[in-house]
Design a binder for this molecule. Structure first.
Ligand SMILES: [Zn+2]
Length: 253
């Protein structure tokens, strides 16, 4: 048994994290910091499957999942938490069961709900970090604004086809999502086409950013938009400035 403040690890738990604790920059200190954190993943589809699996395996303290949908057969090319026999079941229910089996030392909880202006603050307030597994820019901006209000780090990720992007938002320390996209684009009515590897790449980078923020390691993508073009094989980082007149994080808000 190893105890650091209120954080307690069993010997088996320490063994489970052995390979990452051995990373010199990581060590037991980062493992303790990770176990103290409550991460909120909004949307557990293609991105959320990957994000939740890696945060569970890394040993985050508490994971809260929100998604209103049931598993559909069209989800199975990319939403790797689910299998053929899960079709028709609530994603949150399946995800809690599978993630808890992956790592019984993580407290995994979830709500079948749709995030909107009326309930977003209740969820964001309780989290140490919020991670984007959404497929709608309208909802992403609602979540962004709440993260700015409560000064919660927000990891944004989005995918389309073979392309994707990631941006890490530290409210008031760097630009927010509304500095990049002041008004939501017209609601996406068409189905976003995507190959499974794209949310896998983007979701993994989101999980990495979340681990960096929760442990205080490295240089998160604050002030940058990382754009991935899978088909042409490149990653590009664009500098994004904080806008003084941003409706969410600007001076006159
Ligand atoms: Zn802003």
């Amino acid at each position: 048994m190893l105890s650091e403040g209120e954080v307690v690890f069993t010997p088996e738990e320490l063994e489970r994290y052995d390979r990452q604790i051995r990373i010199p920059e990581f060590g037991i200190e980062a493992q303790v910091r990770l176990k103290r954190k409550r991460a909120l993943i909004i949307g557990i589809g293609g991105l959320g499957s990957i994000i939740s699996i890696y945060l569970t395996r890394a040993g985050v303290g508490k994971l809260l999942l929100i998604d209103r949908d049931k598993v559909s057969i069209t989800d199975l090319n990319r939403q790797i938490l689910y299998t053929h026999e899960d079709v028709g079941k609530y994603k949150v229910k399946v995800a809690i069961k599978k993630l808890s089996e992956m790592n019984p030392y993580v407290d995994v909880d979830g709500v079948s709900d749709e995030v909107n202006e009326n309930n977003v603050d209740d969820y964001v307030r309780e989290a140490d970090i919020v991670i984007d597994g959404l497929d709608s820019f309208k909802t992403r901006l609602i979540v962004n604004d709440s993260c700015v209000r409560f000064k919660r780090p927000f990891i944004h990720g989005a995918v389309n086809g073979f392309n994707g992007q990631v941006m890490t938002i530290m409210p008031l320390k760097g630009p927010c999502l509304r500095c990049l996209i002041p008004k939501e684009p017209p609601e996406e009515k068409h189905i976003v086409p995507v190959i499974g590897v794209t949310p896998a790449i983007i979701g993994t980078i989101e999980a990495l950013e979340a681990i960096k923020i929760m442990t205080g390691l490295g240089e998160p993508l604050v002030g940058y938009l990382l754009v991935v073009n899978g088909l042409h094989g490149y990653f590009r980082k664009f500098k994004i400035a904080r806008k003084p007149n941003c409706p969410a994080c600007g001076e006159k808000r």
